[in-house]
Design a protein around this ligand. Structure first.
Ligand code: SF4
Ligand code: SF4
Length: 172
């Protein structure tokens, strides 16, 4: 999964051309697109934090120990503070959620929602990459930027919304 700098590995230079801003004067898909459909937009993590809000992360005891050590906490003290007591599997832990999602998600940052334990975040968070077809990322695009995604993975929105998003992406 994403934030705190999550998404950095997925960053690449982005151009307006990649955003496939729809041509309002067009009456339908061009013949060129029909033969060669455009590549889906290469969405980097926009730090919306939706994935960390909707998914609860399961971690191994080894991961729990590494995070506890990084916070200078005793293992069981850490588990008591940050893991969900309702989780019954004794071979793993479930990171606790509060009203705003994962307890380590920091919504207060000007640059977006970031992971407070990014350097030692669990494997499943490391393996998670943003993507234009992922419902969580689509929800973030919609909620923050008022931008949708069509069936071919192109961004859809008003010219103003797309331009605002482009400015943000250029800063990543
Ligand atoms: S939902 Fe997607 S864009 Fe939003 S923080 Fe997660 S990976 Fe990043
Ligand atoms: S530990 Fe929590 S905040 Fe950090 S990336 Fe994973 S789910 Fe998100």
């Amino acid at each position: 999964m994403p934030p705190a700098e999550r998404g950095r590995a997925n960053r690449s230079p982005l151009t307006v051309k990649q955003m496939q801003v729809p041509d309002s004067g067009s009456s339908g898909p061009s013949t060129d697109h029909a033969i060669n459909p455009p590549e889906p937009f290469n969405l980097p993590c926009i730090r919306c934090g939706v994935c960390c809000t909707v998914y609860q992360v399961r971690i191994s005891p080894g991961e729990a120990r590494e995070i506890a050590n990084s916070m200078d906490l005793d293992y069981w003290d850490w588990v008591g503070r940050y893991c969900d007591p309702r989780w019954s599997d004794t071979r793993s832990h479930l990171i606790r959620h509060d009203d705003h999602g994962c307890v380590f998600l920091d919504h207060s940052r000007r640059e977006g929602s970031l992971c407070g334990i990014y350097r030692v975040r669990p494997l499943s968070c490391r393996d998670w990459a943003a993507g234009v077809f992922k419902p969580a990322c689509q929800a973030g695009l919609k909620e923050i930027w008022h931008v949708g995604v069509d069936d071919s993975g192109q961004l859809q929105g008003s010219p103003e919304s797309l331009a605002d998003l482009q400015v943000f992406l250029n800063q990543l």
